[in-house]
Design a protein around this ligand. Sequence first.
Ligand SMILES: *Cc1c(COP(=O)(O)O)cnc(C)c1O
Length: 364
Amino acid sequence: MSNNPLSFAITPHAEPVAADERASRLQDPGFGRLFTDHMATIRYSEGKGWHDARIEARADLKLNPSTLVLHYAQEIFEGLKAYRLPDGSATLFRPDANARRFRNSAARLAMAQLPEELFIESVEQLVRIDREWIPSAEGASLYLRPFMISTEVALGTKPSTDYLYCVIASPVGAYFKSGAGAVTIWVSDNYTRAAPGGTGDAKCGGNYAASLLAQAEGQKQGCEQVVFLDAVERRWIEELGGMNVFFVFADGTLQTPPLTGTILPGITRDSLITLARGLGLTVREEPYSIDQWQADAQSGKLTEAFACGTAAVVTPIGEVKGRKHGFKMGEGQAGPVTQRLKTALLDIQRGRSADTHNWLRKVK
Ligand SMILES: *Cc1c(COP(=O)(O)O)cnc(C)c1O
């Protein structure tokens, strides 16, 4: 592999979306339906290492039908957001943490590990060229989706020799149709998301494929999300399909399931633990069972619960349904502790309060 830092070949889109058309699309972006003009790509092959870094017009990928990813799902991804600050500049939230997690996910899926600097640079280059696509409304941002697939053309069950890393960007508004309102979640007691020794703590598409049937079942029951229980005892709360979960008690303390290998280590989760402790709140990383959650919600010992992740930010949980469970919390919107933490996080991300943890990275 060459020791020279990889530089990106930048080819701007020949016919980018016109400014007035872009403005009209940005009015109501929804979530993940609208995409910017460009994409970033970097290729890897054994022997050659990382090469061919590009910023160019977003276009279809051409894949041979024998490409490994299409058969054995060697795929990982990330999700982070770029925000427009009051001074008009663009900023990323903790991209170094995403870069690190992307390397960990790659290691678990036996894939090539992208150097952290290249991950961050690819994201910055894409934000820079597509910066006019960052919506400025409160609650809106530019969602960045780095991902990597195995591209060797072969059917052998072995780690690929070749990879394509790509970043696309999508202007987004609120993740849930309910906006900032509380969601109802479904307890999946038959399907599990991750088992000890599996890939639960890697951000790979396969985990999502495995969760979709439970998600569809929950939707049939009128629930927006599913909460998964541990695969061994089927009683400990792990996380939602794509979000971590926190519990707030009447005594003002918080609890969230510990990272034992079957849960995705959320950057939002980590940030909220830091912020909560900074506000003087006690946060326990300890197991919590579904039966205890129901008992505590009914007795009043537990007062709030919320889901968190880059896409959903902080979303209150108002009701839990399942074959053996059913209970409510709160009044349909965020309780005081949930709201306080959400505001603390958003104020940092939006540049309204001091970035004391050095989490923001300005895109110059
Ligand atoms: C991405 C993800 C999360 C949230 O992680 P953040 O870094 O906070 O966005 C939680 N659970 C799963 C399964 C995820 O894929």
